[in-house]
Design a binder for this molecule. Structure first.
Ligand SMILES: Cc1cc2nc3c(=O)[nH]c(=O)nc-3n(C[C@H](O)[C@H](O)[C@H](O)COP(=O)(O)OP(=O)(O)OC[C@H]3O[C@@H](n4cnc5c(N)ncnc54)[C@H](O)[C@@H]3O)c2cc1C
Ligand code: SF4
Ligand code: SF4
Length: 383
């Protein structure tokens, strides 16, 4: 009956609660803002269903090792690329699935700007899945929904972090109609800390409507965070200036399960027929400014060949060593900041921005100097 330290090892996927036949498991928010299972022992019938789906207890994914998979550099030919985080190949894959009459499961912002997995066969909803939401996405209802679709013989593409893909694999077992696509992942962040950052921003600008964490749109060619408010105001910040993204990269509010060796989904054990990520440091023929790195099992290769035939992607062969050179998180986990606990408590009591300004490396005066420096560089480049 899920006999391990949840605070240390749980991936917050909610697979256990969805599989439990008596409803004995509820997902409750822990001190760090992530959801954890709470088991009502009076309702538990000791059937072991939760144990069998848990991605911590059943971590071995029986996948070919990364070096035995096929690697590509790729770019979508149909996506307005600025709407995605890198080469937009997720969108090409998802469109192919919809064309085949299938469903796609992935992460969207819901009406309250909470990151949540949905499953859909509608193009407008798949479009909302584009772009990385660097916050833990709520999967606590999705496996049941997908299960119903698979029972009816529908084809489903499941996308998410490797631990979410592992939970899906455990939940559904081997299924001909299920294709999985994992994203390269260096760790996740607490939805509670995101909500506190949002609250601080809303106090300044009013209700927030959308956040694009990796905006590289036509009206600005840099990697920026773009925040849209209900008033129509748009705030655009360099990634380095945005306190949420800085807190994320300084690891102040990650999940304990992403830490170092705790994430069991690294190296040879990363699940997903297809894995997609940023091709950092790409040196081959450049078809686009933002290139995706793709790693496929034989099933994934078959799908990618079809995408190429349908002119949905352009692909160039590549090698694993070139992908991992700048993407070491495929191999190792992330380091949690030793001040994480202090940060979280301070953010809860005094607000996110105050906690960041006190503990983060980018204090307000460093930010001020950064802006001056940035202004000078931009001026110099314009000359
Ligand atoms: C938390 C997180 C950490 C990441 N870490 C790395 C990394 O270390 N190195 C790297 O190369 N790439 C990383 N990525 C992936 C990268 O940012 C792109 O998502 C990936 O390259 C796919 O890009 P795309 O242009 O094909 O598609 P996009 O349109 O950018 O991506 C959409 C896909 O991402 C999924 N997605 C978006 N947000 C989430 C979320 N919160 N949880 C689960 N799935 C989500 C959607 O379901 C969809 O499948 C990370 C993404 C996330 C969400
Ligand atoms: S199934 Fe998921 S939510 Fe439940 S204990 Fe295991 S990792 Fe945690
Ligand atoms: S680093 Fe590992 S545990 Fe953390 S979100 Fe990514 S796959 Fe899951």
């Amino acid at each position: 009956m899920l006999d391990f330290s949840h605070e240390e090892r749980c991936y917050h996927c909610g697979a256990c609660a969805q599989k439990c036949p008596t409803g004995a498991i509820q997902m409750e928010m822990g001190n760090d803002g992530f959801l954890y299972p709470e088991i009502n022992e009076e309702k538990c019938i000791h059937c072991g269903a939760c144990d069998r789906v848990c991605p911590h207890l059943n971590w071995e994914q029986k996948m070919p090792r990364l070096e035995d998979r096929t690697c590509f550099a790729a770019v979508s030919t149909i996506n307005e690329q600025y709407k995605s985080a890198s080469g937009g190949v997720f969108y090409s894959l998802a469109r192919y699935f919809l064309q085949q009459g299938g469903y796609v499961a992935g992460c969207v912002w819901d009406d309250t700007l909470t990151a949540r997995h949905i499953v859909t066969n509608r193009l407008d909803e798949v479009e909302r899945m584009r772009g990385s939401k660097y916050v833990w996405s709520d999967t606590t209802e999705i496996f049941r929904e997908i299960s119903e679709l698979l029972k009816c013989g529908e084809k489903v593409l499941f996308t998410g972090t490797p631990c979410q893909v592992a939970a899906a694999n455990n939940y559904f077992g081997k299924q001909e109609n299920l294709l999985t696509c994992g994203i390269f992942c260096h760790g996740n962040t607490s939805p509670q800390m995101f909500a506190l950052w949002k609250k601080d921003m809303e106090a300044k600008y009013g209700k927030m409507e959308n956040v694009v964490f990796r905006y590289h749109g036509p009206d600005g060619n840099d990697n920026a965070v773009q925040i849209t408010f209900q008033s129509g105001k748009k705030v655009r910040q360099e990634i380095n200036e945005n306190r949420f993204m800085r807190g994320f990269s300084e690891n102040y509010f990650g999940s304990e399960s992403c830490k170092d060796e705790k994430c069991q989904y690294k190296e040879g054990n990363i699940p997903g027929d297809i894995l997609i990520g940023d091709f950092w440091g790409y040196t081959g023929k450049k078809i686009s400014k933002w290139m995706s790195a793709v790693i496929c099992t034989p099933t994934g290769v078959t799908i990618f060949k079809k995408l190429e035939e349908e002119c949905l992607v352009e692909i160039l062969p590549s090698e694993l060593s070139k992908i991992t050179e700048k993407n070491g998180y495929l191999i190792h986990g992330t380091h949690i900041n030793p001040l994480q606990h202090e940060f979280i408590e301070m953010a809860k009591q005094r607000g996110f921005l105050k906690a960041y300004n006190k503990l983060g490396t980018m204090s307000w005066y460093k930010n001020f100097l950064y802006k001056i420096k940035l202004g000078k560089i931009k001026k110099f480049l314009k000359k």
